[in-house]
Design a protein around this ligand. Structure first.
Ligand SMILES: *Cc1c(COP(=O)(O)O)cnc(C)c1O
Ligand SMILES: [Zn+2]
Length: 420
């Protein structure tokens, strides 16, 4: 079986267990390709699968990165042999100090800040890169709130494919440099993420052989987030947690972690049980939590204004599906202020030695708020996902933490500082 695309031929088995693209709204299917919208109803397309036999043992025998789950992903069987950054299988750390501080019985931090470019985006980009290769794309590109640009630029460099990354021009300097160091084609756009995304969609429509990871290859990209769910379950000893708190930008990650849990149950790899899914947003960009609180189905787009720039998507593509999932599982979507985000970054750092970026501050801040407001059960096992590293957003806490004192180099001065 092979199908022609532009001048490229897609190899048989190029997408492993993936069989087609399926519309999330009307269920219409179409052949695998760089498409993101249903040609019947314009609904978003998702990968459809026909999984073979997958066992805990076959997964455990795989490498310590996301390719251990390749039998569940739209990638070829020999994916490890193509140059990539080998993301994933990050630490799941029990957070005893933070649990005690918040009054929780059992709490884990899934620490995705240790991925190759220090955010969870390396997972989704690795799948998009594989798809771009199979489609014969000549340019690997994205619109980004920052972390995606870093991940695309780095993965493209390693794979030897030309990259073009578009970001809002007001991004934090560390995130700009973390892209520019890997690519000469970082484009800063005077506008917010939603403007950048619109521009990228327009460019994607004009170019035949550019793979925009989160636009025309979005169905492939999005599947990368499933690996977070697989890893959490495997690292808990092939069990689902009772509660998970996940940051929400476009909402893709949350929907895919949930999808991963359901797949593991369907494949008999974990036992089914209730698992409440919670979403975290910043108050300055909270279209999904606002809709959740109001009990409505429609998401009203907002103009973002928050220090959590990596979550600053005012018109989230998967927002309505996030609402469905949190309602179905008995979870919620909450938001916290920029002040609470800063406090939560310091709270996690001082209690667990983990420095998270503003997105993680949002997630930990929301975890705290969910406990305080009784929305999350403190006696159930909880996982909170840290999706990015604090060194990318140092300015967020630069005014909050710093030297306790600046002293002369003498013992007397040290004593006078009140520490001895
Ligand atoms: C992109 C991103 C997210 C979530 O993104 P979704 O669009 O909701 O999948 C979360 N945290 C960080 C740090 C990110 O960069
Ligand atoms: Zn459709």
């Amino acid at each position: 079986m092979s199908l022609t695309l532009h001048s490229t031929t897609i190899r048989a088995g190029a997408f492993g267990p993936a069989v087609d693209l399926r519309c999330r709204e009307c269920g219409a299917t179409r052949d695998l390709g760089p498409h993101f919208a249903c040609d019947q109803c314009f609904g978003p397309l998702e990968i459809g699968y026909d999984f073979g036999t997958v066992t805990r043992e076959s997964i455990e025998a795989g490498p310590a990165n996301i390719w251990r789950y390749k039998a569940l992903l739209p990638v070829p069987d020999d994916i490890e042999t193509s140059p990539n950054l080998e993301p994933g299988f990050t630490r799941l750390l029990e957070a005893k100090n933070l649990a005690a501080e918040l009054g929780l019985t059992k709490l884990w931090v899934k620490d995705d800040s240790t991925n190759p470019t220090n955010s969870f985006k390396d997972r989704v980009v690795a799948i998009a890169l594989s798809a771009a290769r199979e489609f014969g794309s000549t340019v690997f590109a994205c619109p980004s709130t920052g972390n995606l640009a870093n991940a695309v630029a780095a993965a493209g460099a390693r794979a030897g494919i030309r990259t073009v990354v578009l970001i809002p021009s007001n991004l934090e300097a560390p995130k700009q440099i973390n892209s520019a160091v890997y690519t000469e084609n970082l484009i800063a756009v005077d506008g917010n993420y939603d403007d950048v995304n619109k521009l990228a969609t327009e460019i994607a429509g004009e170019t035949d052989d550019w793979a925009f990871v989160n636009v025309n290859v979005r169905p492939f990209y999005a599947e990368g987030s499933k690996t977070l769910g697989y890893e959490i379950a495997e690292q808990l000893g092939w069990r689902l947690p009772d509660q998970v708190v996940i940051p929400v930008a476009s909402g893709s990650q949350l929907t895919k972690v949930y999808k991963a849990f359901r797949e593991l149950v369907a494949l008999g790899l974990v036992e089914d049980k209730p698992c409440r899914i919670f979403g975290a947003q910043a108050e300055g960009c909270s279209p999904v939590s606002t809709a959740h609180r109001a009990g409505i189905d429609a998401i009203r787009p907002v103009k973002p204004d928050t220090i959590a720039k990596s979550l600053a998507i005012g018109n989230p593509a998967d927002g309505v599906y996030v609402l469905d999932i949190v309602r179905e599982t008995g979870g919620a979507v909450e938001d916290v202020t920029d002040e609470e985000i800063r406090e939560a970054i310091v709270l996690l750092a001082r209690n667990e030695g983990i420095f998270t970026e503003t997105a993680g501050g949002t997630t930990v801040g929301v975890l705290k708020k969910l406990v305080e407001t009784g929305q999350l059960d403190p006696d159930l096992e909880t996982v909170v996902i840290n999706t990015g590293h604090g060194l990318k957003t140092v300015d967020a806490v630069a005014g909050v933490v710093g030297p306790r004192a600046t002293i002369a180099p003498s013992y007397d001065a040290f004593v006078a500082a009140g520490l001895s």
